[in-house]
Design a protein around this ligand. Structure first.
Ligand SMILES: [Cu+2]
Length: 476
C-alpha cells in the first residue's frame, strides 16, 4: 500500500507525463480526481457476449472470420460510445473451441493502423501468437491457427500490436475464447445457460460518455464494466452457476467476494481446472487473470440480492461490480466433484533464473531485468523441455507498485510468494500471476512445444507498452 508521500510523488509523475503505474489502495490520490459520468446501479441486465459462429467446418477444423473495426456501443444507457472492436462487438464475440479440434481465425484489419491478435493462454506457434513482429497491416488479413491441444480453460484474445496494445485493448480489442472438453462435461459441472462469462474491466469516460485514453491514467478509470456495461444485474435461478471471472482491465486488480459473505468455490484458473475445488470467501485477480467459480444460489432464499463486491474499490462505482438477483429454485443436477483437473507436475528444475521488474526514472520506462523491450533482441534462451524456476521480483526501489507476469506459449506452476503458498485460485496451471510491490513470486516453467520466440511481460498493459516486456527464444 502507498503512503501519502508516495501518492504525491506519483501525482507529480503524472503531471510530468510519466506513465503512472497502477496503484492499489492509493485512496488519497484517487480522491483528487472527479468521477466520470455514471448510470444508476443495477438498472440493466447482464449482457452476454455473442458467440461467434464458424463460417466453415471440416473434419478437423472450425474456421472463423472477424474484422477489427471502429464501432459504437452503449456502455451507458442511451449513450453511444465509440470503441475499437473485434467484429464490431464490445467486448469481442466469444469463440467456443473444442479441445483437440483446430480453430483458424481470419482477422482482417479495417483500421488505419496495424493490429496483432494474441490468444492469451493459448499454446500456439510463435507465428500464430500475435507477436508484435507479425502485425496485420491496414486492409490486410491474417489467419491464426489454434490447435486447442491443451486442457479446457477460459482464455481470452486481445490486441498485442507493438507499443499500442495498452491503448487498443483499452479501446475495446478483447474477447473471450473458451476451450470446452467433453471429458470435462462428464464431471457434471454447471453448463449451458448456467456457465456464464463475467468479464470485468475499468474504463475512463468523459462527460459525453466517450473513452479517454491516456497512458498510465489508472486513477481516472473509475467506471467498471461487466461484459461491456456498467453495474448490471443478473437474474439467476436458485441453483449452481459456473461463473467465468475474467479481469480484462489494463491495470486494475480486483478482490472479489459476495456481499452476503457467501462461498465462492473456485474450480479453475488461467490454464483450466484446479486439481481440487477450493472454497473461499474472496478471489483476487490481477489484470489478465481468470478464475472459474461455482456459486450455489440455491443456498439463498428467492428474492435475495447479492452484490459481487470488489474490496479494492474506493467508492460504490468501483466496489459494486454487479448484482445477482436470486429467483425461484429449479432442478439442479450439476455437481462439483472432489477431483477436477491436474497440476502440471513438472519435474525438479534444471535452471533457476531471476526476473526483475522495475521502473527506470532516467528514461521513464518500465523494465524487465533493467531493459525496456526491444522486439529484435532475445533476452533469454531456453532449452525446450527444460524445467526452470523463475524468481520474479517486483523491485519497489523506484516506484513501489504491483505488477504481474504473463508468459506466452506455456503454463507454469506457482510455487510460492515470499515463501508463502499460492492463493487457492493459483493452485492449477497458470499463465499470469500477481507480483505485488517488493515481493517475489517463484514459478516453475517448462516450454515443451514450439521452438521460437515468445514474449513474457507485465500484464498491466500500460507497463508492457512502456517497456516492461521481454522475449524468450525456445531452442532445441
Ligand atoms: Cu507492471
Amino acid at each position: 500500500m502507498l503512503g501519502r508521500r508516495d501518492a504525491l510523488k506519483l501525482s507529480a509523475a503524472g503531471a510530468a507525463g510519466i506513465a503512472v503505474p497502477g496503484v492499489l489502495g492509493a485512496r488519497s490520490l484517487r480522491r483528487a480526481f472527479a468521477a466520470g459520468p455514471a448510470a444508476p446501479a443495477f438498472t440493466r441486465p447482464l449482457a452476454l457476449p455473442r458467440v461467434l459462429r464458424p463460417v466453415r467446418r471440416t473434419m478437423t477444423t472450425d474456421y472463423y472470420e472477424m474484422a477489427v473495426r471502429e464501432a459504437e456501443t452503449e456502455i451507458l444507457p442511451g449513450v453511444k460510445t465509440r470503441v475499437v472492436a473485434y467484429d464490431g462487438s464490445f467486448p469481442g464475440p466469444t469463440i467456443r473451441a473444442l479441445k483437440g479440434r483446430r480453430v483458424v481465425v481470419r482477422q482482417s484489419n479495417d483500421l488505419d493502423m496495424d493490429v496483432s491478435t494474441h490468444l492469451h493462454g493459448g499454446h500456439v506457434s510463435p507465428g500464430d501468437d500475435g507477436h508484435p513482429a507479425f502485425p496485420v497491416a491496414p486492409g490486410d488479413a491474417r489467419d491464426y491457427t489454434y490447435p486447442n491441444a491443451q486442457p479446457a480453460a477460459t482464455l481470452w484474445y486481445h490486441d498485442h500490436v507493438h507499443h499500442m496494445e495498452a491503448e487498443m485493448v483499452f479501446r475495446g480489442l478483447s474477447g473471450l475464447y473458451v476451450i470446452d472438453d467433453p471429458m470435462e462435461w462428464a464431471l457434471g459441472l454447471p453448463n449451458g445457460a448456467y456457465d456464464v462469462p463475467i468479464v470485468m474491466r475499468d474504463i475512463h469516460l468523459d462527460d459525453a460518455g466517450q473513452i479517454v485514453w491516456e497512458m498510465g491514467d489508472f486513477q481516472n478509470r473509475n467506471t467498471i464494466l461487466v461484459n461491456g456495461r456498467t453495474q448490471p444485474y443478473f437474474e439467476v435461478a436458485a441453483r449452481k452457476y459456473r461463473l467465468r471471472l475474467v479481469n480484462g482491465s489494463n491495470m486494475r486488480f480486483f478482490n472479489l467476494s459476495l456481499s452476503n459473505g457467501g462461498d465462492l468455490t473456485v474450480i479453475g484458473g488461467d490454464g483450466g481446472l484446479l486439481p481440487a475445488p477450493q472454497t473461499v470467501k474472496s478471489v483476487q485477480l490481477s489484470a489478465g487473470e481468470r478464475a472459474d467459480v461455482v456459486v450455489d444460489f440455491g443456498a439463498y432464499e428467492p428474492g435475495t440480492r447479492i452484490v459481487l463486491t470488489n474490496a479494492f474499490g474506493t467508492d460504490a462505482a468501483t466496489r459494486e461490480i454487479m448484482r445477482f438477483d436470486v429467483g425461484s429454485p429449479v432442478r439442479d443436477r450439476s455437481r462439483v466433484p472432489d477431483r477436477l483437473g491436474r497440476t502440471l507436475a513438472l519435474p525438479d528444475a534444471d535452471v533457476t533464473r531471476d526476473v526483475v521488474m522495475d521502473f527506470n526514472p532516467a528514461t521513464n520506462e518500465w523494465t524487465m531485468d533493467g531493459r525496456a523491450f526491444d522486439m529484435n533482441r532475445v533476452d533469454i534462451k531456453i532449452k525446450r523441455g527444460q524445467t526452470e524456476i523463475w524468481r520474479v521480483k517486483s523491485d519497489s526501489t523506484h516506484l513501489p507498485v504491483p505488477h504481474n507476469i504473463h508468459l506466452h506459449g506455456t503454463h507454469f506452476e506457482v510455487l510460492d510468494r515470499d515463501g508463502r503458498p499460492p492463493a487457492p485460485h493459483e493452485t492449477g496451471p497458470k499463465d499470469t500471476v500477481a507480483v505485488m510491490a517488493g515481493s517475489t513470486v517463484r514459478i516453475k516453467v517448462r516450454y515443451d512445444r514450439y521452438l521460437g520466440r515468445y514474449l513474457y511481460h507485465c500484464h498491466l498493459l500500460d507497463h508492457s507498452a512502456m517497456g516492461m516486456m521481454a522475449q524468450a527464444e525456445i531452442v532445441a
